[in-house]
Design a protein around this ligand. Structure first.
Ligand SMILES: CC(C)(COP(=O)(O)OP(=O)(O)OC[C@H]1O[C@@H](n2cnc3c(N)ncnc32)[C@H](O)[C@@H]1OP(=O)(O)O)[C@@H](O)C(=O)NCCC(=O)NCCS
Length: 441
């Protein structure tokens, strides 16, 4: 990046910042979307890169949020959006310079994690981000679909009601606020969240949105946003599908009832979903599970441990045990070092712990073995034999339980001192439920 500089923009440069994104992605967002980001963006959380004339040629924006980690603790997290360098200035180091500045800034602010969606998988590993949550888009053939009857005591007593946008606008935020606390990888709703659910980014889309809620004993336990539209240009009656834009449920009955509603909509050939978890249970509601096909599998969010020690101490572990971890972090050297992780039983599990070791808020009843983490000094680093050696990118991929330790070990990305150490690490880092991020940002 010869002659350039990195810093924050002034308020009157905001249009330029958003234009960098438009030029880099070759796509101008509708005004409503740009306005939404403009109003919610915090100026000193925007990083811009300038060329030697002072013109803004790159941007990277961080939005403060919280992420749930295994066990229920919610860590201060930066959601990174708008990473862009204009086509005339690519491959001159602007992105590298912005990433370095931004991670230093997040560390100074006390953000423990950073997360993003990557346009290409080969960009962010070098900056210590690893793929951390995974999902698939599905298609379910509608014709002849038959749903299994739920076992008697799982039957639902509530009902599904179609509602207007006003009620949906109240229901979704309340449901999301509860949902994000229950699953690792979820973040607090971001500024664009409601626009995605309502389809407001696009006028035609917004007009075609429908909403339904599941109610039981006067309580809304689930909400659905969907549209019905053609799947291709067939004439005169193009085949149509239900596009499930968002389904948020807090109970099994509401999940079952809202999926039954979707699967029962007439005049469509199939149901299409956004990315959902890999173990999405609706498959097992079908008599013929092959009616549900995976059409796109891949990672969802990428994760960066900004403060490795705080992150290790804040999650719960699925098994008790002790591990000596050697972590290499070439991009954020403050993390490189040897960490002794002791996951022990006698801290409150399933109860009401007050807070994590560094004061982050714990959501709900924590689950799993709490850990104490000790950072060993340089001398120990030279002498000790670590149980597990890995870089911070691999640590990000196992941290939420998204990838198993053993898979990365077989791929040569994690080195264990023995088979026993590997099994111990595998058991400690695994999670009963796979992490997921339902927010798209
Ligand atoms: C991706 C993008 C931000 C890269 O910016 P850049 O200024 O050209 O990147 P840099 O010159 O700083 O490159 C930094 C490193 O990343 C690598 N890199 C950059 N873009 C890459 C890509 N698309 N694929 C693979 N590697 C890439 C470079 O080779 C370089 O590697 P090295 O320093 O380890 O040798 C830019 O090309 C862009 O805006 N693309 C379109 C929008 C987009 O995809 N944004 C990312 C959204 S998540």
């Amino acid at each position: 990046m010869p002659g350039g500089s990195v810093g924050t923009p002034s308020e009157h440069e905001l249009d330029e910042v958003f234009d960098v994104g438009a030029r880099a992605f070759g796509h101008r967002e509708p005004d409503a979307v740009v306005d939404c980001w403009r109003q919610s963006t915090i100026l000193d959380r925007i990083v811009v890169s300038r060329d030697d004339t002072g013109e803004i040629v790159g941007s990277a924006i961080s939005i403060p949020t919280n992420m749930t980690v295994p066990g229920g603790c919610r860590l201060p997290t930066a959601a990174i959006v708008g990473v862009a360098v204009v086509p005339t200035h690519r491959r001159r180091g602007h992105l590298r310079a912005m990433m370095s500045y931004q991670l230093g800034d997040l560390h100074a602010r006390g953000d423990h994690l950073a997360t993003l969606y990557a346009s290409e998988a080969s960009i962010y590993g070098r900056f210590g981000y690893g793929p951390a949550t995974f999902g698939a888009r599905y298609r379910i053939a509608r014709r002849g679909v038959r749903i299994r009857e739920p076992l008697g005591d799982r039957a639902f007593n509530g009902s599904v009601r179609m509602v207007g946008v006003e009620l949906a606008r109240e229901a979704f935020p309340a449901l999301l606020a509860e949902l994000v606390q229950r699953r690792a990888g979820e973040v607090d709703a971001l500024p664009n969240e409601w626009m995605d659910i309502e389809g407001t980014g696009n006028e035609v889309d917004a007009q075609q949105r429908f909403f339904a809620v599941y109610e039981e004993e006067g309580r809304i336990d689930g909400a659905l946003s969907y549209r019905v539209g053609p799947t291709d240009k067939g004439e005169p009656w193009p085949p149509r599908a239900v596009f499930v834009e968002r389904l948020v449920t807090l109970s099994d009955p509401s999940y079952g009832a809202l999926w039954r509603f979707v699967l029962g909509i007439d005049l469509v050939e199939e149901i299409r979903t956004q990315r959902l978890p890999l173990d999405e249970p609706v498959r097992f509601m079908l008599e013929d599970h092959r009616q549900m096909r995976v059409v796109a599998y891949g990672e969802k969010t990428w994760l960066r441990l900004v403060d490795v020690g705080a992150c290790l101490a804040s999650r719960r572990y699925d098994d008790e045990g002790s591990l000596l971890l050697e972590v290499e972090d070439a991009f954020c050297p403050w993390n490189t070092g040897l960490y002794r992780l002791e996951a022990i039983q006698d801290l409150p599990a399933g109860g009401e712990p007050a807070s994590s070791p560094d004061g982050a808020v714990l959501a709900g009843g924590a689950d799993g073995f709490a850990a104490s983490v000790e950072r060993l000094d340089e001398v120990a680093l030279g002498r000790a034999v670590p149980d597990v050696r890995l870089d911070v990118e691999s640590l990000a991929s196992i941290y939420l339980g998204g990838l198993p330790v053993s898979a990365l070990a077989r791929a040569g990305r994690i080195r264990a001192s023995s088979e026993r150490s590997l099994v111990r690490a595998e058991r400690m880092f695994r999670t009963r439920e796979k992490p997921f991020c339902s927010s798209q940002f």
